[in-house]
Design a protein around this ligand. Sequence first.
Ligand code: GUN
Length: 280
Amino acid sequence: MNNIIDGKKISQDIKDEVKAEVAQLNARGVEPCLAVVLVGDDPASHVYVRNKIKACDYTGIRSVSINLPADTEESELLEKVEELNADPSVHGILVQLPLPPQIDEDKVINTIDPDKDVDGFSPISVGRLSIGLPGFKSCTPAGIIELIKRSGVSIDGKNCVIVGRSNIVGKPMAMLLLRENGTVTVCHSHTKDLRSITSQADILVAAIGKPKYFKADDIKEGAVVIDVGMDRDENGKLCGDVDFESVSNKAGYITPVPGGVGPMTIAMLMKNCVEAAERL
Ligand code: GUN
């Protein structure tokens, strides 16, 4: 089957492109730098942060790790963010989420300088994206656009259906597909007759968080199916929101889980860091 979108390969290509751009920036005396702030000892967050730093090492982006204890006061973290905002050698700031309960995440995200907000989470970044101004795009949806385009699929005029309306995937995804001239429908937990809507999608982005929820009958023949799910099946095995086995025979293109959308997030973070260094 050759309709599988290889996120591992595409993310590697992007990291190699970033590496070349970093070398060019270095030659001009610019050293792109990402500050990664981790508060507490959530094991999953530690793994994510380690992988982000590894990608920095690979691409040549300098990384600065700031590890703070779980009982850090909100004011201390805000002070740290302000310090990084003011540091001209730091181009990108990432505060790993979730944060401990005593810290208001929105307040922290709001404090990051929008020109260093490489996660694309701040209201300013989201606003810029919504009205088509230059700014940082949320990494997972931006990665999905790359997966679609690099598979040779045009989004222009396509019927795009997103299932999920989160701030980090569904909503920015809608904005990015709209920017590519897609006709966009956003479905969510209150949507009536969901499957009748997904079965009309030329491009389906599934971010519902339910293992193997979408079956072949829910998909249009030849559709591009992007699976954002990171679920566990009945045997505890990692799977997506789409029943890959049945849907892959009907879809035009499909992303696997793992190895589809997942690896794109960090690759796009690296791309945003270079963009930040080029802009500042
Ligand atoms: N926690 C889980 N995913 C992410 C991410 O992409 N960025 C940040 N900052 N925290 C996360």
